[in-house]
Design a protein. Structure first.
Ligand code: PMP
Length: 360
């Protein structure tokens, strides 16, 4: 069997070892005579997986004890709503830093629910960079500051995070969680849809500082309150058990590969390999992101013409590369090289890019 060179932006490549382990257990999980999908979410067998995934996440991301992990549904998109619903009160303002379409979408939902302001934006620069930290307009007394740590569509990534002091910093880390070490204690809340670095779609991980759980007004609907899920260890209702099971296996895979620091080294190696091709192509490949804002997860680039881009994508497809088209909103090309994309896939893409440039 030939596996594709999968550069999808999400859902994205999963570690082969994880898929194989799930395949072996698919019909008979741990001697239960059924698959994990058929087990009760109240069963001991499932509970062990559910808690183990949390333990691994605490360990791998070095999450302090005053944070709680939640497994929610509704994707990162529901967090665009849940964050302001739980944390934005009528007397306060939520501060959104715009670095791409996902930050804009997060802002739009907050605008429906309360007062907002834009404390920084690179929109005028076509979201090709992350604003300077010193230029951000952050005021004490604001409800929170919201950022998107990695901009999946534009291929930019925050290299450092702002010090928001007493104002909770909230980050959408959907496309770079677990790709590098972060200091969780700098954040009030982190959220991420699983389908890039964590596992399959269906589960959204929320890491919330426990004191923020007390901010929620009683009027917030039950399922949209963080406290509902926090009080019941994310088992208030039926969680996406299969997604959490795969998440657990992906986390074990990260641990087995040396943890986040080792994965980060490999991510940098893979990203540099592709950025080197772009930088040494005499302008044939044009990176969208400015160099100091480049993402190690999504490498975005254009070719000299639409025709060449089309032919690049068509030939790449014919050679077994999947997912290299840019997001439908901006076009161009994008290679998403999340944790589970093997070095060999990046090497194959590098070689393809070099050969394509030589021919054209
Ligand atoms: N935020 C970011 C940074 C994303 O990349 C995505 C999805 N590509 C989303 C949010 C939306 O995630 P979901 O589809 O899980 O709602």
């Amino acid at each position: 069997m030939k596996r594709a060179f999968n550069f999808n932006a999400g859902p994205a490549a999963l570690p082969l070892e994880v898929l194989q382990a799930a395949q072996v257990e698919l019909l008979n999980y741990n001697g239960t005579g059924m698959s994990i999908m058929e087990l009760s979410h109240r069963s001991k067998d499932y509970e062990i997986v559910h808690n183990h995934a949390q333990e691994l996440l605490y360990k791998l991301l070095e999450i302090p004890e005053n944070y709680q992990i939640l497994f929610l549904q509704g994707g990162a998109s529901l967090q665009f709503t849940m964050v302001p619903m739980n944390l934005l009160s009528a007397d306060k303002t939520a501060n959104y830093i715009l670095t791409g379409s996902w930050s804009e979408k997060a802002l739009t939902e907050a605008e429906r629910l309360g007062n907002t302001k834009i404390g920084g934006s690179s929109k005028a620069g076509k979201y090709s960079y992350i604003p300077e930290l010193a230029e951000l307009d952050i005021e004490q007394g604001q409800a929170y500051v919201h950022i998107t740590s990695n901009n999946t569509i534009y291929g930019t990534q925050w290299q450092q995070f702002p010090d928001t002091k007493a104002v909770p910093l909230i980050a959408d880390m959907s496309s770079d969680i677990l790709s590098r070490r972060i200091n969780v204690s700098k954040f009030g809340l982190i959220y991420a849809g699983a389908q890039k670095n964590l596992g399959p779609s269906g589960v959204t991980v929320v890491i919330i500082r426990k004191d923020l759980l007390e901010w929620t007004q009683d009027s917030v609907p039950t399922m949209l309150k963080y406290t509902t899920h926090a009080e019941k260890n994310s088992l208030f209702n039926t969680p996406p058990t299969f997604s959490i099971y795969i998440l657990d296996k992906v986390l074990a895979w990260v641990e087995g590969n040396g943890g986040v620091e080792a994965i980060n080294k490999q991510n940098q190696f893979k990203a540099e390999m592709l950025y080197d091709v772009i930088d040494n192509s005499s302008g044939f490949y044009r990176g969208h992101a400015e160099k100091d804002s480049r993402s190690i997860m999504n490498v975005t680039f254009n070719l000299p013409s639409k025709e060449l881009e089309e032919s690049f994508l068509a030939q790449a497809k014919a050679e077994g590369f999947v997912g290299l088209g840019g997001h439908r909103s901006i076009g161009g090309c994008r290679a998403s090289i999340y944790n589970a994309v093997p070095v060999e896939a990046c090497e194959a893409l590098r070689d393809f890019m070099l050969a394509f440039r030589d021919k054209n």
